[in-house]
Ligand binder design. Structure first.
Ligand code: E4P
Length: 220
């Protein structure tokens, strides 16, 4: 399983990339708004800061509601950073979003269909040509449903029907979530920097380091 970082914060993106675990970046309107920056500028800055990643998701804005409006925005977004092929157009899971997905994928543009909460939505997105589908597992857990089970079912369905779309387990909130979505077959976990940081930690690692440091002082 690969890691995408879910943020529009440049510092966090650069920190995650430095440790060599980053395959992509996803943003959404809420994450960009939090940074108080111009959307297109930040997408370009991200592409330039982490040129080695496979995908940088740029979401069509909420005022693009029809397929035509989404496609018009996508056509501008893909020009960012000189037509960089890592720019992935993030589209909402709606009938218009699917129509835009089909159009863009036929043109060879990478797409990420977002806000997926059912297996059938994932199936539709994959059939519409999505490069990535994003089930929001954490948000299902938030309402006492089983988000990991959704990822597991989508993975099984894609295996049975040999569908190529990659599953991005999105809104992943904690390390156990990461392990579980990896084990059920998510291709990618989409996580904030705070979760990447948590993944590197264990109390016994800290305790072991302290003991080595104490013992080392005694020996010199
Ligand atoms: C997915 O692409 C979204 O940006 C993200 O994972 C949503 O996470 P949240 O539920 O923590 O807002």
């Amino acid at each position: 399983m690969k890691f995408f970082i879910d943020t529009a914060n440049l510092e966090d993106i650069i920190k995650a990339n430095k440790i060599g675990v980053l395959s992509g970046v996803t943003t959404n309107p809420s994450l960009v708004a939090k940074e108080g920056v111009k959307f297109e500028d930040r997408i370009e800055e991200i592409c330039q800061s982490v040129p080695e990643v496979e995908s940088v998701s740029a979401e069509v804005t909420p005022d693009a509601v029809t397929a035509k409006e989404m496609i018009a925005q996508a056509e501008e977004l893909i020009k960012i950073n000189g037509g960089d092929d890592k720019i992935t157009i993030k589209l909402p899971m709606t009938i218009d979003g699917l129509e835009a997905c089909r159009y863009l994928s036929k043109k060879g543009v990478k797409t990420n269909v977002t806000l997926i909460f059912t297996v059938n939505q994932a199936l539709l997105a994959a059939r519409a040509g999505a490069t990535y589908v994003s089930p929001f597992s954490g948000r299902l857990d938030d309402i006492s449903e089983d988000g990991v089970q959704l990822v597991s079912k989508i993975a099984e369905l894609f295996r049975v029907h040999q569908l190529d779309a990659q599953i991005i387990a999105a809104s992943v909130r904690h390390p156990d979530h990461v392990t579980r979505v990896a084990l059920v077959g998510a291709h990618i976990a989409n996580i904030p920097y705070s979760v990447i940081d948590q993944l590197s930690k264990h109390p016994l690692t800290d305790e072991g380091l302290e003991k080595f440091a104490t013992d080392w002082k005694k020996s010199i």
